[in-house]
Design a protein around this ligand. Structure first.
Ligand code: CA
Length: 258
């Protein structure tokens, strides 16, 4: 008899209960835990290092890949993930991430990957408007208007190409960044940061964002195994009296041969 009542209750109750339950699950998942997992097999990753460099905050993931952000996100800031054997990963967090879980899949490195930089680099002159893209979260001192690094690669095979990925970059005040609402500077704008490889300009970075990928033209790699990569920040195009370099921050430079 008890069984029958239960079943009847379930049948009568389900439609309305269903709604309530769904609502509760949604609410729970909004405050759900942040997690780092292996992008290939979906396994949680323990011991990954999570950093918010601008906030001087760092933590590691638990055995289930979970982690807590012990700090409040009010303005866009870069979160980076590091784990031995995996490609460094980063993402730009905004205030919206405060109330939704941060779930990041990371990929194993291959012998073909060359990790150039995992530190946060600040280019510019430490003089910037508070309206600049993400300026409120700049915390590092500038290393000057450009960054440069040299490394060696094996000669590329015919079918192989070399790609540079910039994990995350913030602070760019170009007209394109302004149009996207990334910068609130109204009275001026800057030229884009430029990327040089072995002295050749190969790209301009016009907008802020994560995982911007650049194909290095093979023609400039012939006959050399040394790669010099230089990133120059832009300059304020409205300032005529003195040079004002655009203050930007970036992290995670990765070269991949594919
Ligand atoms: Ca500046």
């Amino acid at each position: 008899m008890k069984k029958i009542i239960t079943i009847i209750l379930l049948i009568i109750g389900l439609p309305s209960f269903g709604k309530v339950i769904t609502g509760e699950i949604k609410k729970e998942s909004r405050t759900d835990i942040n997690k780092i997992y292996d992008a290939e097999n979906n396994n949680p990753i323990e011991g990954a290092i999570i950093k918010l460099p601008a906030k001087n905050y760092s933590t590691t993931t638990n055995s289930d890949g979970s982690f807590k952000l012990g700090t409040k996100i009010t303005a866009p800031t870069i979160l980076s993930v590091e784990k031995d054997g995996y490609k460094p990963q980063s993402m730009t967090l905004s205030a919206e991430h405060q109330n939704s879980p941060i779930v990041v899949g990371i990929e194993k490195t291959t012998p073909q990957d060359i990790i150039i930089e995992t530190d946060m680099i600040h280019l510019g002159d430490d003089s910037f408007s508070q309206n600049s893209a993400h300026a409120s979260d700049f915390s590092l001192k500038s290393m000057g208007p450009f960054y440069s690094k040299e490394f060696k690669i094996k000669p590329l095979k015919e079918h192989e190409n070399l790609y540079l990925t910039i994990g995350s970059i913030i602070g760019i005040d170009t007209p394109q960044a302004q149009r996207l609402g990334q910068s609130r500077v109204k009275t001026s704008y800057s030229s884009p940061p430029e990327i040089f490889c072995n002295g050749n300009k190969i790209a301009e970075i016009k907008i802020n964002g994560d995982n911007q990928k650049i194909n290095i033209p093979k023609s400039i790699l012939y006959g050399t195994e040394f790669i010099n990569i230089t990133i120059k920040t832009g300059r304020n195009l409205y300032k005529r009296s003195a040079i004002d370099f655009d203050d930007i921050e970036f992290t995670n430079l990765l070269f991949e041969i594919k």
